[in-house]
Every structure is written in structure tokens, then in C-alpha cells.
Ligand binder design. Sequence first.
Ligand code: HEM
Ligand SMILES: [Cu+2]
Length: 552
Amino acid sequence: MMAHEVEGTAPVHGAHEVDYLRAGAGVRSWLLTTDHKRIGLMFYVLVVLMLLLGGAFALVLRTELLTPGPTVISAAIYNRMFTLHGVVMVWLFMIPSIPNIFGNFVLPIMIGAKDLAFPRLNLASLYVYAIGAVVTLAATIAGGADTGWTFYPPYSTTTPAGVLPVVIGIFILGVSSIMTAVNFIATTHTMRARGISWGRVPLFVWAIYSTSIIMLLATPVLGLTILLVGLDHVYHFGVFDPTLGGDPVLFQHLFWFYSHPAVYIMVLPALGVISEVVCTFAQRQPASYWAIALSSFGIALIGFAGWGHHMFVAGMSELDAGIFGAFSMFIAIFSAIKVFTWVATLHRGAIQFNTPMLYFFWFLFLFVFGGMTGVAVATQSLDVHWHDTYFVVAHFHFIMVGGTLTAFLAAAHYWFPKMFGRAYSEPMGLLTSFGVFLGFILTFLPQFLAGNAGMPRRYYSYPAQYQWLNVLSTGGAYLLAGALVLALLNLLIALRWGPRASANPWRSRSYEWMTPPIPPEHNFPVTPVIDRGPYDYHLTEEEAHARVSTAR
Ligand code: HEM
Ligand SMILES: [Cu+2]
């Protein structure tokens, strides 16, 4: 493209630089770091702890549901437990997971930057997240909100359980989300290295960028809405409480105006991970770069127009229901564009079969299945039957666990050599991946059947005719939990004993793999100039490397 081509292959690998893990020793060097990689790593620790915690709550719930009557906990504790499970999984695990760990770690490197645009804001978002987590958990355990993660009034404005402290915790978490989102947006706009035009931004970055826009626009609505619920509960403002002239349906509109887009906050980053994994393991450029990049935007924008599909039975006109249903279908079209593009990318690709790729296949199946059941529940005539049954529970777990969690695991394995400079055991990776898939199917497939047969969600006991489906589901939950713990152990063992990994073990062309096995503190000794795309698999690795220079 320009003169720098001649200057050639100046080492993007900073030969003498210390890697980011060793760049400073001692607790202070971690707690006060502004290095996006270290912050990403600290998020990793916290977020995985939250996953384990949320998972433990889930096992208590599933154990309780082994028998139709009381099994291990009381009905009141059951209500608190499913609230805790939902709150922890949604706000403490899902929403921060991929953006705050992998987005933080790889996004700056993927655009040739030394860090995020606002490194201190990044560190602050970690502390705000930690404070939000402590407040939310302490409040739920102490006062025990028992409303479910959706905080519907009038119950949430009248329950004896403490609601205000819990929603304050979630409000704080929202502030952290917004800080992160601002940072990612500013970084993507202003920090791209020379040569990384918008058409060369890696697809994962597009996904995190679109997610950040949703986070920025939707989170304030949630924060204010649930804060109003908390204030209604304590001070009886009467915004949502019907006995004081408030409107509970207004709450549902406000809540879902955030929470439907929020499902895309949870799933878009996953789609970004998958796009990277597909291109790398097929050693092929995406069948259509722009289809994948821009469909994220389509999802982000239309995502704001579908919220009413959660409220078909809350009182809405036939016309409204039709419109909300139709908008929901539009989102499915954008998701389908991605799915077809991935599959077309695989077609005639030279597929390497590693753990991240296996997770891609599970992802593909579960995401499509979950998405199609979304179209089904977005159809009013069907949803009147399925609403508030286990069918809905199965629908969203197919996407959130089957989609986002499998993509999270794909990312954890895919970027492991880059983050830690070591290789994990591939056979164990594949084995645990099978375990995750089988456990998942066994847990959630029966829930479609139970829901369709009329079993309501959020109940502590149920008629005996549903028991066999619940036994399958509980068995599956234990299998899933076991496989997840083993997958985690596999990575933890590799951290210490895994063989050293090379800088680019998957032979990817994406920019983050240009750095040394474990990147140094500021990623690149000199900001690189890049004269190729992140998916230029028609170039050999050497040619691709030669098109990156350090000329100014
Ligand atoms: C893409 C990722 C998706 C995620 C993460 C997701 C997540 C969720 C969640 C968490 C709920 C339950 C909320 C609650 O607790 O009440 C839900 C319900 C629902 N979803 Fe999805 N969903 C996704 C995709 C879709 C799609 C593509 C559609 C429509 C085309 C859809 C339509 C619905 C409908 C209509 C409901 C409400 C059903 C009812 O309550 O009766 N979803 N989804
Ligand atoms: Cu929705």
C-alpha cells in the first residue's frame, strides 16, 4: 500500500520485553495496574468465581426439583435461590464475561493499540464491578429478594424481603457496564493502528463494539427502573404499585426495554468469538466479512424494538402484539445471516479440529435451536400457551448456556496460549467439551417437554407426572457441572504444567497473534503499521508477517 512495505519485517515481537505477567511483581502492581491484560485477568478470576457460585445455586435448585414435594430446602428459600441464581448469572457472570475478560485482553491488541483509550477508567470499572458484586450478594443473602431476576411489581413493591439493597447492587454493576462500554467505543474509534481501516477491524472487535452501544443505551433505563422499584418498596412512591395508583405494566415495558437488548449484550460477544474461531480453524477468510460485521449492528438496533414479546399476556392490543412479534422475527434474520456466513466459511475450508472448534459446533446447534424456539415464543398464539412455563426457561438457557457459555469456553481455550503462553491438554479439552454438550442437552431438552406439557416455571413443587423429566434434567445438571469443573481444572493444570506454546499455535492471521507468546506490557514496542486484513489466509504466515512493519 505505502512506502513502509519496503521497510519490511521489523520485529513486532519485542525481543527483550518482559511479558505482562512478569512486568511488575507484588500485589500492588496488580491492584493498581492500568494494563488492560492484567485487568482482564482479574475480571477472569472474579467472573469465573461468579459462574461457580451461580452454578452452585443452580444445583441446589435442581436437587430440590428431584421430587415433586419438598426435597432439600423450603419454599421460601427456593424463591430466594432462583432469584440469586438469575441475578448472579445475568449480571455477575453473563454480562461482564466475554467483554470484560476477553474484550479487555484482546481488543486493544487486535487493533494494534497499546491499551484501551482510558486505562484508569478500565481499572475503575473493575473496582465498581467488585463493589457491585459484594453489595448485590450481601444484600441478597442478608435480606433475600425473592422476586426473581425480573423484579416484577406489584410483588416486588410489597414483598417482605429486602429489595432496595439488591437493586442498589445491580445499579452499581450497571455503572461498571457503562464505564466499560464507553472505553471500548472510544478505543475502537480512536486507537486503531495505521492500516487498520474499518474494513480490517477483526470481527470480534465489531461484536464488542456493537455490544458496547447497546450497553451504553440500555443500561441507564434498567438502572433507573429497578431503583424506582426499590424506592417504591421502601418509601411507597406509588410509581409501579397499583394500590397507590402506580402501573405495574409500565415496569414491564421499562424492564424489557433494557432486558431484551440485554440478551444481545450477552450473546453478541459470543457471536464475535465464534467468528474468530471459525476463520482461524477453517484457515479461511469469512465468506462475507461485511455480512458478519454489519449484522451485529442490525441485531443491536432491531434488538431495541422487540421488548414487547415478553408481555403478550400482560395486556396489549392484537396490533401491538403483531408488531412486536414481527420485529422479533427480524432479529432472527440477522442471526441467520451470521449462521449461514459461518457455514459458508467452513465450506471448502481446511478445518482443524481442536477444542475451540468443537465448541463452535455445539454452539451452532444450540444457538440455532434456541433461536428458533425464540421465534416460536415470539408468536403470540403460541406464547399464550408457553408463557411462564419451563418452555421459556429452556428457550433462554439454550441460547445463554448453549450459546454464550459454549462460546465463552471456546474463547477460554482459543486465547489460552496467548494469555498464558502455555498449551492445555487437547484430549482433555475435547473430552470435557463432549461432557458439557451432553450435560447441557440432558438438562434442558426435557424442560421443553415439561413446559409444553404445562409445568410452570419458578415453582417449588409440581404434580408427579412431571417427575421423570425433572430427574433427567437434574442428572444432566450434575453432568454439566462436573464437565465444567473438569474443563476449568484442565486449564488450571496447563497454567502451571502445560508445555510452552508458540506465539501463534493456531496459525491465525488475526493481529493479536503477532505479539510474543505472552504479550509484553504495552503489547507492541512500537505501534505497528499493518498492510493486510486479519483474515488474509491467501498469504502464507511469513507473507502476512512481512506486511506488518514498525515504520512511522
Ligand atoms: C439471541 C439470544 C437470546 C437470548 C439470550 C434470549 C434470552 C431470553 C430470556 C432470558 C428470556 C426469559 C426472560 C424471563 O425471565 O422471563 C427470554 C424469553 C423470550 N425470548 Fe428470548 N432470547 C434470545 C433470543 C430470542 C429470539 C431471537 C427471539 C425471537 C425471535 C426471542 C423471543 C423470546 C420471547 C418471545 C420470550 C418470552 C417468552 C415468554 O415469557 O413467554 N428470544 N429470552
Ligand atoms: Cu426478548
